[in-house]
Design a protein around this ligand. Structure first.
Ligand SMILES: Cc1ncc(C[n+]2csc(CCOP(=O)(O)OP(=O)(O)O)c2C)c(N)n1
Ligand SMILES: [Mg+2]
Length: 361
């Protein structure tokens, strides 16, 4: 098994410099157009997906402040390139397991803004029937197996899904998103070991945003080079600039190709940053404003927009049209959620137990 030498970890929490990307793939994602839409069309699609996530969550902030949605809400703003870039490498038959910060993963996977917004409202039309809320988005029809509130809790589930596909001879990959905080949990290490030992078709996507709630990575991990630690389990692992959607897509395609070729699990450490607090309740006092501002200079949406503008691939009018389309989509999602019913109390015991294996087919 090839074990790629991962990039060295940064010593501070400065963002990777523009033009000095940690892209480990050596290739140029823009040289190909994997979607068949041409390079410009493909980039426009990436941009639209990232903008959808950003605008959706900005609307969630407004709705939360107006007490239209409640409970825990963890925003993905700043990390959109990860969900969008990785999803590009997956097929509808692949499986996805996510965290509590999963609005972006769900939207990138194609769950509609309407179904996600209804879930935020706790309405029956939500993707989890209104029972999950922000942290438990779920859609078996898209092989999107949650939304998980337990740090690292999705990893053993993902290994199980990958094992099932492996045993059934299905050529599918299971992609599991998790944070840097997962390295402090036994479930991460148990999953990494078993997946490598059994050569499971598992893509481990670590969103290293440098903080686990208010704790900086270097305050809880002695070795902060996460890709190197993953490689120590005997799997291919490398670090990628998680703010550059094309670098993410390129790396994810390479990893997925390796997995489908039977070389076992692959690990990607995506170096990214959340621009907002950990959750709506977090006063965000553990990091300097200057650090946040430095990372915002590498906003994944601006990075792609600037690249497209420089190449003459995007003009003001086209961007305005995309923004309008997304605004309309989200307006519609909010209106529909406002009108949708809550589950009647008589249904309280529905779906509590399952009489068949229908849930995982
Ligand atoms: C097993 C477990 N321990 C503690 C918590 C409380 N908790 C919720 S989020 C979080 C931080 C996780 O950070 P990370 O994995 O880096 O993900 P991020 O929030 O940065 O996306 C913690 C400790 C939890 N949900 N589950
Ligand atoms: Mg984190």
């Amino acid at each position: 098994m090839t074990v790629a030498r991962p990039a060295r970890a940064r010593k501070d929490s400065a963002p990777p410099k523009s033009g000095k990307k940690t892209r480990a793939t050596g290739g140029n994602a823009s040289a190909g157009a994997p979607s068949g839409r041409g390079v410009t069309g493909h980039r426009t699609g990436l941009l639209e997906s990232m903008l959808r996530i950003r605008r959706f969550e900005e609307r969630c902030v407004e709705l939360y402040s107006a007490a239209r949605i409640r409970g825990f809400v963890h925003l993905y703003i700043g990390e959109e390139a990860v969900a969008v870039g990785v999803n590009e490498a997956l097929t509808p038959e692949d499986a996805v397991v996510s965290t509590y910060r999963e609005h972006g993963h769900a939207l990138a996977r194609g769950i509609t803004a309407e179904a996600v917004m209804a879930e935020m409202y706790g309405r029956t039309t939500g993707c989890s029937g209104g029972r999950g809320g922000s942290m438990h988005l779920f859609d078996v029809s898209r092989r999107f197996y949650g939304g998980n509130a337990i740090v690292a809790g999705g990893l053993p589930l993902a290994a199980g899904l990958a094992l099932a596909d492996h045993m059934r001879g299905q050529p599918n990959v299971t992609c599991c998103f998790f944070g840097d905080g997962a390295f402090a949990e036994g479930e991460f290490h148990e999953t990494a070991n078993l997946a490598a030992l059994w050569k499971l078709p598992l893509l481990m996507v670590c969103e290293n945003n440098l903080y686990a709630m208010g704790t900086a990575l270097e305050r809880h991990e002695a070795q902060t080079d996460l890709a190197m630690r993953a490689a120590s389990y005997g799997m291919v692992a490398w670090a990628v600039d998680g703010m550059d959607v094309e670098a993410v897509e390129h790396a994810a395609r390479r990893a997925v190709e390796g997995i489908r070729n039977g070389t076992g699990p692959h690990f990607l450490e995506l170096r990214t940053y959340r621009f907002r607090a950990h959750s709506m309740y977090d006063p965000d006092r553990y990091r300097h404003k200057a650090e946040v501002e430095r990372w915002k200079e590498r906003d994944p949406i601006s990075l792609l927009t600037d690249r497209m503008r420089e190449n003459g691939e995007l003009g003001d009018k086209q961007l305005a049209r995309i923004e309008q389309r997304i605004t309309d989509e989200i307006d519609h999602a909010v209106e529909a959620a406002e009108r949708a019913p809550e589950e009647p109390v008589e249904h309280l015991l529905h779906h509590v137990t399952s009489s068949s294996a229908e849930a995982v087919s």
